[in-house]
Structures are given as structure tokens and as C-alpha cells.
Design a protein around this ligand. Structure first.
Ligand SMILES: Cc1ncc(COP(=O)(O)O)c(C=O)c1O
Length: 387
């Protein structure tokens, strides 16, 4: 038995996406910038994907900029806005302390080059308070970047309210929606953002492709210099087959968003309820209501998360200790740390993230084997259960 409960790290391709990527790789080889038939065929493929994404986001096709994924979209948004705003004397950037490394390390890089940066705290439930932004923002703030859904605990941030505060002070609002697009409704007008990042491989599309949605009229400089692709906003010949796959993934997501959220949400809830009931010393990290439906992050008292992850892997179950980028190191999760959880809980928590191919049998299997695995690991340590 193999169970994949690591959809927040990446997802398998949906069959229709795999088919589209294969078909376009085979049949549509032109350069989308070429004026001849082959180029126009490629451009039409890009335009179709642009329309599918803008439909999913309630944006306009002209506002979609294809990128190599979420990391590039985050970099393009932050560096692009920071550089453009510098001329107007705005050299302050704000993000939350629970952002993905794609945002946090971009902030660190810009801080080393003279920008002032502020990281907003989160409360124990893993949510940024709007009042924290009100206290931090100044007339020099160029950009506020707060993720829509967190990758480790799934909590949904009050992006629309934060955008209102940002705009009132003349700052732009970016949200990293890599973990929410395809899972819950994401409407760029309702969120009132200026820029939004998404990544195809988080919703059954291909890896290495994504998009930055940029509201028309937003001032930003391109981070890649080169040709005039993507309306001068991202140089480089577009990866047409992958983008076609992204478009199909977006169209499929739009068509079944609410049904899939309900199905996956009830599997996640069943898994969570059963683990909490069957394994003593367990707790859910972060808000249980304001979060994406596919994610639960659970702490197992007196168990080292990495050991439990390996024990589960040996039984055919794939989960994660927070963000995939930091697994393999024993660094405590920066997200759980920012929530003020005690050190032991930042090191004994596992993320279970479900998705398209998850089933009730998967839940039964994992909930069935966990008590024995946890008990075995606990028997190797002597401390009493404290939670
Ligand atoms: C919240 C968030 N932002 C950005 C990224 C990076 O996206 P990509 O893997 O497409 O570069 C991830 C991926 O883990 C993520 O979870």
C-alpha cells in the first residue's frame, strides 16, 4: 500500500494535463513570438492558458505573466515592485513571518542591499493581525506581501483587509497564493491585490511553470532582462507545453473547486479526528476553521517528527515535516516558531496534505497504523506524555 499525503509539496499530474503537455510537446513546437503559422499556433496555446488562469482568478488575460513557478513569481513581484518604487523614495517592504522561503529569502537579499524590511508576527493560530500591519506600515512602504494560505499549516490570511491598509498608505499588495489556487476560490478583485503568485505543480499541473498575476497599471520592473516576451514583463521564450498543462489544470480546478474542496475536506477532517482520538498527546497546529481544506498539521508529543516521517515512509506513507525545502535538516519550522509554540512542538509536528487522488482507504490505512508507530517511537524515549 502506498499513500501520498504530501500534496502541499507537489501533486501528481491530472491525466488531462499529462495528455495536453504530451500533445503540445509533439504538435506545437513554434516560438510564440514568431509571426508565421507555427509561432501563431504556439501563441494561441499560450492565450488559451492565459484565459483559463484569468477565469480561475477573475482577472483579465492581459494581466497574466507566465513564470517558471511560484519562486520566480514571488521574486518578480517583490524585486520588481521594490526596484520600481525606489525612485519614489519608497524603500520599505513588509511581509509576514510565516512566508515561504521564496519570499523570506528575497526579503533577506534586499535587506542586505539597503531596503528596510519588516516581518509581521502571527498569533498562536497562525494568522496575521491587521493591526500588526497598521502599526508597521509607513509612507515609505512600497509593498506588503502576505501569503494567502500557508504551506505548512494551511491557515488563510486576511488578505483583503491587509490590502485595504496597504492601499490607504500608497503601498502595493502582493499575495503568494501558491497554496490556495486550485483549493479554494481565489478572486483577485475580491482580495484587492495588485500582484498574486501561483504555481502549476501545486494543483495537478506540471512542475517548473506558474504565473504572476499583475493588475493592469501596476508599476514594476522585470527581473529578467532580454526580449519583449509577456508584454515586456518576463523575458525568455515561453515553455509552451508546460503552460498548456497549467491552463488545463486551471480549467479543471475551476470546474470542480467546490465539490473537490468538500470531498478532500471531509477526508482531511476524518483523518484528523481519528488521529486525535486514537493517539494520545496529539494536537492540531494552527486555526482549524480558517484554513485550506486539504491540510492538517499535527504535533505528536514525545516523538521526533523526522523519525515518525521515516517510520511512515517505511509503511508506504508519504508526509512531510513542514516545508519540503527544509526537510533533511533538523531545523525547527519557522512557521510553528513564529506562532509561539514551545520548541518541542516545533520539532514533533507532521503535515498531512491531501488532494486529487486521496481516498477514504488512504485515511483508514494511515489512521490505522499511526497509533502503533507512535507508541513504538515513544517506547524508545523515557519522558512522560505531557499533552
Ligand atoms: C507558499 C509557497 N510559495 C512558493 C512556493 C514555491 O513554488 P515553486 O515550487 O513553484 O517554485 C511554494 C512551494 O513549496 C509554496 O508552498
Amino acid at each position: 500500500m502506498r499513500v501520498y499525503f504530501d500534496y502541499n509539496a507537489t501533486t501528481p499530474l491530472s491525466p488531462e494535463v499529462a495528455e495536453a503537455v504530451a500533445r503540445v510537446s509533439r504538435d506545437v513546437f513554434g516560438n510564440a513570438s514568431s509571426v508565421h503559422f507555427f509561432g501563431q499556433q504556439a501563441k494561441a496555446t499560450l492565450d488559451e492558458a492565459r484565459t483559463a488562469i484569468s477565469t480561475l482568478l477573475n482577472g483579465d488575460p492581459s494581466e497574466v505573466v507566465f513564470t517558471s513557478g511560484g519562486t520566480e513569481a514571488d521574486n518578480a513581484a517583490i524585486r520588481g515592485v521594490a526596484e520600481a518604487a525606489e525612485a519614489r523614495g519608497r524603500r520599505h517592504l513588509i511581509a509576514s513571518s510565516i512566508e515561504h522561503e521564496a519570499v523570506l529569502n528575497t526579503f533577506r537579499a534586499l535587506a542586505r542591499r539597503g531596503w528596510t524590511t519588516t516581518l509581521l508576527p502571527v498569533d498562536q493560530s497562525g494568522i496575521v493581525a491587521v493591526s500588526a500591519l497598521e502599526a508597521a506600515i509607513t509612507d515609505e512602504t512600497a509593498l506588503v506581501s502576505v501569503m494567502h494560505a500557508n504551506n505548512e499549516i494551511g491557515t488563510i490570511q486576511p488578505v483583503a483587509e491587509l490590502a485595504r491598509v496597504a492601499h490607504a498608505r500608497g503601498a502595493l499588495m502582493h499575495t503568494d497564493a501558491v497554496q490556495s489556487v486550485g483549493k479554494i476560490p481565489v478572486d483577485v478583485r475580491a482580495l484587492d491585490v495588485d500582484l498574486l503568485s501561483l504555481s502549476a505543480h501545486k494543483f495537478n499541473g506540471p512542475k517548473g511553470t506558474g504565473a504572476l498575476w499583475v493588475k493592469r497599471g501596476t508599476r514594476m520592473l522585470p527581473i529578467l532582462t532580454g526580449g519583449k516576451h509577456e508584454r515586456n514583463r518576463r523575458a525568455g521564450t515561453e515553455n509552451v507545453p508546460a503552460i498548456a498543462g497549467l491552463g488545463v489544470a486551471a480549467r479543471l480546478a475551476a470546474g470542480k473547486l467546490s465539490a473537490e474542496a468538500t470531498r478532500v475536506g471531509s477526508l482531511r477532517d476524518a483523518l484528523e479526528t481519528r488521529i486525535l482520538a486514537a493517539v494520545p498527546g496529539t494536537d492540531v497546529n494552527g486555526a482549524r476553521t480558517t484554513r485550506v481544506p486539504n491540510t492538517t498539521n499535527i504535533s505528536f508529543d514525545r516523538v521526533e517528527a523526522e523519525s515518525l516521517l521515516i517510520a511512515l515512509d517505511l509503511e508506504g506513507v508519504a508526509v512531510s515535516t513542514g516545508s519540503a525545502c527544509s526537510s533533511g535538516t533538523l531545523e525547527p519550522s519557522h512557521v510553528l516558531k513564529a506562532m509561539g509554540l514551545p520548541v518541542h512542538r516545533t520539532q514533533n509536528s507532521l503535515r498531512f496534505s491531501l488532494g486529487m487522488f486521496s481516498t477514504a482507504e488512504d485515511v483508514d490505512y494511515v489512521a490505522g497504523i499511526l497509533p502503533r508507530l507512535v507508541e513504538k517511537l515513544r517506547s524508545l524515549t523515557r519522558k512522560p506524555v505531557t499533552a
